[in-house]
Design a protein around this ligand. Structure first.
Ligand code: PEP
Ligand code: MG
Length: 325
């Protein structure tokens, strides 16, 4: 099987009926680009930039960040790299950035909430990204967006930094897509409104499931509620994808579920465009996609949404429809 997957390394990702999809890698540092290209990644769908902040003893400088983003872009050789702006807070803390003690850190001061509040940190990161945009195909996205105002505010700061750099004579790519993570149920419910402003959505199932089920993603006592195929989650995912497409935007997924062989057939049926996962899952998923017919998967997804009551119902439906065991 491994040998069969290996042959797909330089092949485009296509379904059985010829629909092109993107299989991409999640990375944490520029060093991970090697693993992404070794496994045939067609893009980097999530560069978790907080690792730059966590592997340091002080806030990383604009130049340090610039070098890291540039290296990732060059390593991907013109293929898209989606860098997520800092997602600190929740369970990720920085020794040099004091954050308040919180009763519920996952519901607290985190990600874009910090970036919009401590703008110098955010603006430094955006300048580094803008300068790096000359070295490849850069996209950026904001984590933990809950409201239209947060997205518009974040995008306005990006546009402001871009205008300042251009005015100062720095060259900046003109085609940087600016999107957002879809990982808060409130955002999913207004995906149609957000799709007017965001260039793309990337669904973060790890958090979307945690917040939808009200079940801490790291708490083993409630881990049974991590149910990616539960019709509740599938309905949110469908709503997000449909909203993006209605505005002519693309929708991806960068949570664990994007590389899951039970989830993928349903996602293909729902029309998801981009699948970003740990690099080592890419060829397995690409191989599976080549066996899937989009019309059949659409019927499967419709049945999962209409008839399934539980996570297990969906697992059984997918296994029966795709001959997986
Ligand atoms: C997610 O929430 O699904 C996601 C990809 O982001 P992270 O796991 O970094 O929170
Ligand atoms: Mg997340």
């Amino acid at each position: 099987q491994k040998a069969e997957w290996e042959k797909l390394k330089n092949e485009q990702t296509v379904t059985k009926d010829g629909k092109a999809l993107i299989t991409a890698a999640n990375i944490g540092t520029p060093d991970d680009v090697q693993g992404a290209t070794d496994n045939g990644a067609e893009a980097v769908g999530l560069f978790r930039s907080e690792f730059l902040y966590m592997n340091a003893s002080e806030l990383p400088s604009e130049d340090d960040q610039f070098e890291a983003y540039k290296s990732a872009l060059e390593g991907m050789n013109g293929k898209q790299v989606v860098v997520r702006t800092m997602d600190i807070g929740g369970d990720k803390h920085l020794p040099y950035l004091p954050l308040p003690e919180e009763m519920n850190p996952f519901l607290g001061y985190r990600a874009i909430r910090i970036s919009l509040d401590q703008q110098e940190i955010f603006r430094t990161q955006l300048r580094a990204l803008l300068r790096a945009s000359n070295y490849g195909k850069l996209a950026i996205m904001f984590p933990m967006i809950a409201t239209v105002k947060e997205f518009k505010d974040a995008r306005a700061i990006f546009d402001d930094e871009k205008a300042k750099l251009v005015a100062a004579g720095t060259s900046v790519a003109d085609d940087i897509e600016v999107g957002m993570m879809m990982e808060i149920p409130a955002a999913a419910m207004i995906a149609d409104k957000l799709a007017k402003y965001a260039d793309f959505f990337s669904i973060g199932t790890n958090d979307l499931i945690q917040y939808s089920m009200a079940a801490d993603r790291g708490n083993e006592h409630v881990s049974y509620l991590y149910q990616p195929y539960n019709p509740s989650i599938l309905r949110l995912i469908k709503q997000i994808i449909d909203a993006a497409h209605a505005e002519g935007k693309w929708a991806g997924m960068c949570g664990e579920a994007a590389g899951d062989t039970i989830m993928v057939p349903v996602l293909v049926g729902l029309g998801l465009d981009e699948y970003s996962m740990s690099a080592t899952s890419i060829l397995k998923v690409r191989s599976l996609m080549r066996k899937l017919d989009t019309t059949e998967m659409k019927q499967l997804a419709d049945r999962a949404l209409a008839d399934a009551e539980t996570n297990d119902d969906v697992i059984a439906m997918v296994k029966a429809a795709t001959q997986q065991d």
